[in-house]
Ligand binder design. Structure first.
Ligand code: SAM
Length: 269
């Protein structure tokens, strides 16, 4: 297993970019999760007007391009992986002039951002791609400084507590705990959220619990001893159930606490 350092992580994403290229779901193996994350982010973007958006750790830029369709002004995607930004720039070249003029992609490290005063910042798994909790807390502070007053920070990350609750229920079905990849550090909400409570209010939060319960408990329990198939019909049902249950019960859905995701819309205080 690789040790997480900024160098090993960047090397990993450079290699990933060479393989995944223009994958519309970006850097995630489960497209259902990406679709549900996108649905959350787009709903939040639609709930307000966005004139300047920054997508940190934008990867191949496919999702940045999609988010740009729900904003009115400049959209910038940054990533420290040169190969990811090279893919994003190819995508940029293929757009019509109106989008090209509003959208840009740059090689930048989140710890050294060039521009400020974004009214919206999005992070799809850039926080969990930081080497330590202190780096995650530092990143919240950095983004706070780069945001306009009442600005939005929308994150699609993973929750350590969510994974632990999911693993507990998996244990009851004799399923192995879910492995955390070496380059991911799910957010420990008890620690990190406590440190940022003076910076942001939470407008919306979602953990995709229904989808996780169906795809990470029912599907593997049904498939056992074979590996569950990510593209199986039951995961499709999981996605649809997640959408329906969110509409019907919101955050009061019983399954919600088994969600390993952490989708949050923060508003700068
Ligand atoms: C899990 S991938 C997500 C990519 C994209 N947001 C998506 O959803 O497809 C995480 C991305 O964050 C980038 N990243 C990690 N740490 C970074 C840093 N310090 N500065 C800029 N980018 C970073 C990686 O290079 C990688 O492309």
């Amino acid at each position: 297993m690789n040790k997480f350092t900024p160098q090993s992580n960047k090397e990993f994403w450079n290699n990933y970019a060479k393989k995944s290229k223009d994958n519309p779901h970006g850097a995630h193996s489960d497209y259902h999760v990406v679709e549900l994350e996108n649905r959350f982010i787009i709903n939040e973007l639609k709930s307000k007007k966005t004139f300047s958006l920054l997508d940190i750790g934008c990867g191949n830029g496919q999702r940045t391009l999609m988010f740009s369709k729900f904003t009115e002004g400049k959209v910038k995607g940054i990533d420290y992986s040169e190969e990811m930004i090279s893919e994003a720039k190819k995508l940029h070249l293929m757009q019509d002039e109106a989008i090209k003029n509003r959208l840009s992609f740059e090689i930048e490290d989140v710890n050294n951002l060039k521009d400020s005063y974004f009214d919206t910042i999005i992070s799809c798994r850039c926080f969990i791609n930081q080497p330590s909790e202190n780096d995650q807390i530092k990143l919240f502070n950095t983004l706070y400084d780069k945001m306009a007053q009442n600005g939005s920070l929308i994150i699609a990350e993973q929750s350590m507590e969510g994974i632990q609750r999911l693993n507990k229920i998996r244990e009851r079905f004799n399923l192995e705990p879910i492995n955390i990849r070496w380059y991911n550090l799910p957010i420990k909400e008890n620690i990190v959220f406590d440190k940022i409570k003076d910076l942001f209010n939470i407008k919306s939060i979602n953990r995709l619990g229904t989808f996780y319960y169906i795809s990470r408990v029912i599907n593997p329990a049904l498939s056992f001893p074979d590996e569950p198939k990510p593209n199986s019909k039951i995961n499709e049902i999981g996605l649809k159930s997640e959408v329906i249950f969110q509409e019907m019960f919101g955050q009061n859905c019983t399954f919600e606490e088994f969600g390993a995701q952490l989708l949050v819309h923060f508003i700068k205080k």
